[in-house]
Write a protein that binds this ligand. Structure first.
Ligand code: PLP
Length: 431
């Protein structure tokens, strides 16, 4: 750790005394890159500011929600107006209605939507709807896809088609774990075999249609189409977890990009403009199963919180005309072009989501579509880049397997600065 002792180090020492690992979500602790986390006090535009007053060009953007950048003035004005009116009502209110009407008007497969407080909660609830609708209990998920931290989703397989899933966490209820089946990404033969054997027991298959929580692993459209066909042939439901991808890749998320219509969706991140939020939705007859319309119970004291609803609406209104997506695509393409000269760093990118993957053995071959294709030293290589970038005032998510994000607040100069720093460090590392 080369950074001089700072306010951040003092705060981290205190934080570890009162919270597990000193943080409230694991990646923030910098375990993936070594050293101690930088404590930030705020952000504006594309920049984060730390407790010592240093500024960083931010490509983590709060792990995705901030597509307009930090403290966007229009989102801020909407949130301040909501604050002034009273920030928690616990009643029916017009703000969630406006957001729900905007979304259902623009996304045909979301005919009805329920707001919750996190992506995790959205996934838990969508799985319950699927089980309620089908009367079946098993859920198929994919290796390398993240769906929040509800017990049944904290699993991935070792390799290939695992019949007995290996938990990623202690403390999971075994009965719950055994209701989850795991299939590999990018393998239609394995998928067909899985459905052959278990298809009739499945309530749903859930997938990140653009897996973006374990590197960025774009799937072939044919793979997603095969999944859709198998799911429906076996009377199960298709759930697209678009918490990270909806309103990020386009207003309709990856379902819109791939032209595959899921039965249920889970949303989060951008939908709340940076406030705590999640949502699940889908076909009307499925959503009508949810209480109080139907027998599937789901509730929340702070659900559809006015601050989150108004911030979300102010965010989506700026995305609706699609122009920002074009600009973000151009910025992303610029980063991709600049990094095509890097000898040992590969960039995988879809729109404004990018993932850097390095290996001492040379630039990894792309596209990588499964975690098995990662070079074994990807984590080590990223850690070696992360700290020098931080010293140059560039902040990436502190893990080799988290993606990066561009926002409306990023300029060509910002993207060029990232590319130049990476190329310089890469040249030095491979010299
Ligand atoms: C972030 C994320 C979640 C979890 O959302 P939280 O708000 O962190 O609970 C679930 N699924 C996907 C695809 C995500 O990217």
């Amino acid at each position: 750790m080369s950074r001089a002792a700072s306010r951040s180090d003092e705060l981290f020492t205190r934080a570890r005394r009162v919270s597990p690992g000193g943080v409230h979500s694991p990646v923030r602790a910098f375990r993936g890159v070594g050293g101690t986390p930088v404590f930030m006090t705020g952000g504006a535009g594309a920049c984060l500011r730390d407790v010592d007053g240093r500024e960083y060009l931010d490509f983590c953007m709060a792990f995705g929600p901030l597509i307009l950048g930090h403290a966007d003035p229009r989102v801020r004005a909407a949130a301040e107006a909501a604050l002034a009116r009273g920030w928690s009502l616990g009643t029916a209110e017009p703000y969630s209605l406006e957001l729900a009407e905007l979304i259902t008007a623009r996304i045909p497969w979301v005919q009805s939507i329920r707001f919750v407080n996190s992506g995790t909660e959205a996934v838990m609830s969508a799985l319950r709807v699927a089980r309620g609708a089908t009367g079946r209990s098993k859920i198929l998920k994919f290796e390398g896809c993240y769906h929040g931290h509800t017990d049944s989703m904290l699993l991935r397989a070792g390799s290939g088609l695992a019949e007995a899933p290996v938990p990623d966490s202690a403390g999971l209820a075994p009965d719950v774990v055994h209701e989850t089946l795991i299939a590999p990404l990018d393998d239609t033969a394995a998928l067909a075999a899985m459905f052959e054997r278990h298809g009739r027991e499945l309530a749903a298959a859930i997938i990140e249609p653009l897996p973006a929580n374990y590197g960025l692993l774009p799937q072939r459209t044919e793979f997603l189409q095969t999944l859709e066909r198998l799911v429906h042939a076996h009377g199960a439901l298709l759930i697209f977890d678009e918490v990270i991808s909806v309103f990020r890749l386009g207003f309709q998320g990856y379902a819109g990009v791939s032209a595959i219509q899921p039965d249920l969706v889970t949303y989060g991140k951008v939908i709340g403009g940076g406030f705590p939020v999640g949502a699940y939705g889908g076909r009307r007859e499925l959503m009508e199963l949810v209480a109080p319309a139907g027998p599937v119970y789901q509730a929340g004291t702070l659900s559809a919180n006015p601050l989150a609803m108004c911030a979300g609406l102010a965010t989506l209104q700026q995305l609706e005309d699609g122009r920002l997506y074009e600009r973000l695509e151009a910025l992303g393409a610029r980063l991709e072009r600049a990094l095509s000269r890097a000898p040992t760093i590969a960039l995988q990118r879809v729109g404004s989501i990018f993932w850097l993957c390095g290996s001492a053995g040379g630039r990894p071959a792309t596209p990588m579509r499964t975690p098995q294709s990662f070079p074994p030293d990807a984590g080590k290589r990223f850690a070696a880049l992360f700290h020098p970038l931080l010293e140059r005032g560039i902040y990436l998510a502190p893990s080799a397997f988290e993606v990066g994000f561009l926002s409306a607040a990023h300029s060509e100069e910002h993207v060029d600065a990232l590319a130049a720093a990476l190329i310089e460090l890469d040249a030095r590392a491979s010299a």
